[in-house]
Design a protein around this ligand. Structure first.
Ligand code: BGP
Length: 488
């Protein structure tokens, strides 16, 4: 039996602009829907700062609907992590050199839509924005690192959210198609892999969807528009760039029934299916049979145009990529009390250790996901986010992150088993946050993922100096052996 990774396996890291890039008011970048999100913690949810109808100040958490008449507003006395993030904007050469030193042959990053079209409705793109990504892509190419671009990672130009209610409007489809086509024109020949969207199954609210009020109706209507937009862009992308490969990213959390009670098992099955809904549409090219059940229960009536279903059918994803951090357990009771969209979540698992953020650590769950996803879609797979968010202690001029090495080693072994023992075609792995960056869920810096420590705290103070952790050398060894040597 073969015990290694395929010869051309892609090894690298993944980031998102509003967590990594910064340069908020530089290079002609427009305001982005994520720019209004404050920092937070496990106990204190991140907030969106608002101006209320009467002119006073207010906030909602990033999943809540806005009060009538409220609009997002920036305040000078609030710290917004996306504005500086960890300043890839000014550190991209240093950062990409570090990735190259580890042996990365792929780097996934997202392009900030409002850096290319500051409001989303301009006729012409912002040349300075395009030049920034020219420089990033060329820097990757210099080291033979394949750039993998997320076209839209949970954000949009704020103008589109404010004036059109984000993805709730079909206007966004055309705006997105124009934006993506601009990227293809500029970067074709330099980029083979593209993701149309990030985690469609886990995006809610103003910052990610651009909507002011979230109901099941607006949520699924947004999703429908994104399915259509994704297919349109895949059609154009294939025409313009023969050989290009398109994916979209899904948040996978392998779900287990909490007990063998038939009710828990069935609740778990239904819950998993609701999570699969999004990949089912985009990878199989049609709404699944059970979609109508969801819509009936939630009183959802989708507005579609004639060609929508045909487009979705004709232009599905070329590969399936997903994030995997943890597994979850589901009980019938918990299922009934889930948030109205029923996405993700779940209880802890008494058989598994957890991270300080309560995420169960479950390498076998990754093997399970890989098997299940291939069985279901029969498309090549890419583990596009994975990693351990931990509290690192900076001592002796570095971080001794043996816990991260152990986590990664076990997950790589699980991936290897899925490939070699189960014969699942998986062609790449990008670890989340190869350099420490801002946490999406809490806005903290102290939830660190990186092989490289970035000197910045939860309030945005620090020198931004980059320092290699112990895991840096370990990852270099893993990649040099193409995953043969996972010892730690
Ligand atoms: C995924 C997102 C990323 C990322 C990651 C880790 O859902 O695509 O943007 O942040 O989760 O989550 P967190 O930062 O909350 O630890």
């Amino acid at each position: 039996m073969n015990s290694s990774f395929p010869k051309d396996f892609l090894w690298g890291g993944a980031t998102a602009d509003f967590q990594y890039e910064g340069g908020f008011n530089e290079g002609g970048r427009g305001i982005n829907s994520q720019d209004f999100v404050t920092s937070g913690s496990v106990k204190q949810k991140r907030q969106i700062t608002l101006q209320l109808q009467d002119g006073s100040r207010g906030t909602v958490n990033s999943l809540e609907s806005f009060p009538d008449g409220a609009e997002a507003k920036l305040y000078d006395d609030v710290y917004y992590p996306s504005h500086k993030a960890v300043d890839f904007y000014h550190h991209y050469q240093e950062d990409i050199a570090l990735m190259a030193e580890m042996g990365f042959n792929i780097f996934r990053f997202s392009i900030c839509w409002s850096r290319i079209f500051p409001t989303g409705v301009e006729e012409k793109p912002n040349e300075e924005g395009l030049q920034f990504y020219d420089a990033v892509i060329d820097e990757c190419r210099k080291y033979n690192i394949e750039p993998l671009i997320t076209i839209c990672h949970d954000e949009m130009p704020d103008y589109l959210a404010r004036n059109y209610d984000g993805w709730n409007s079909r206007v966004l489809i055309d705006a997105y198609v124009k934006y993506a086509t601009t990227l293809f024109e500029r970067y074709r020949g330099k980029c083979k892999y593209w993701l149309t969207f990030n985690e469609l199954n886990a995006i809610h609210g103003y910052a990610k969807l651009g909507i002011h009020k979230e109901t099941p109706q607006t949520f699924y209507q947004c999703q429908h528009h994104m399915f259509v937009a994704s297919s349109k862009v895949i059609k154009i992308g294939h025409e313009m760039m023969p050989g290009a490969m398109f994916g979209a990213m899904f948040a996978m959390s392998e779900m287990y029934p909490a007990t063998c009670k038939a009710e828990d098992v069935f609740a778990c099955y239904e819950h998993r299916r609701m999570n699969y809904f999004f990949i089912d549409v985009m990878a199989r090219g049609k709404y699944p049979n059970y979609a109508q059940k969801i819509f009936d229960e939630k009183n959802v009536h989708l507005h579609m145009e004639d060609e929508d279903l045909e487009l979705i059918k004709e232009y599905p994803l070329d590969f399936v990529s997903f994030s995997y951090y943890r597994s979850s357990t589901i009980t019938a009771d918990h299922f009934t009390t889930m948030d109205p969209m029923g996405i993700m979540g779940g209880e802890g698992n008494p058989y598994l250790p957890s991270t300080p953020w309560g995420w169960p650590i479950d390498p076998l769950g990754l093997r399970y996901c890989l098997n299940e996803l291939y069985d279901r879609y029969q498309k090549p797979l890419f583990v596009i986010e994975n990693g351990l968010g931990e509290i690192d202690r900076f001592e002796d001029g570095t971080v001794h992150d043996s816990y991260r090495i152990e986590y990664l080693s076990k997950h790589f072994q699980a991936m290897k088993d899925a490939i070699n023992i189960d014969h699942v075609p998986c062609f790449g792995y990008t670890m989340w946050g190869p350099l420490d960056l801002v946490s999406l869920s809490t806005g903290e810096m102290k939830k660190r993922y990186g092989f490289v420590y970035v000197d910045m705290d939860d309030e945005g103070n620090g020198t931004l100096k980059r320092v290699k952790k112990d895991s840096f050398a370990w990852m270099k060894k893993v990649i040099a052996s193409n995953g043969e040597d996972l010892t730690y």
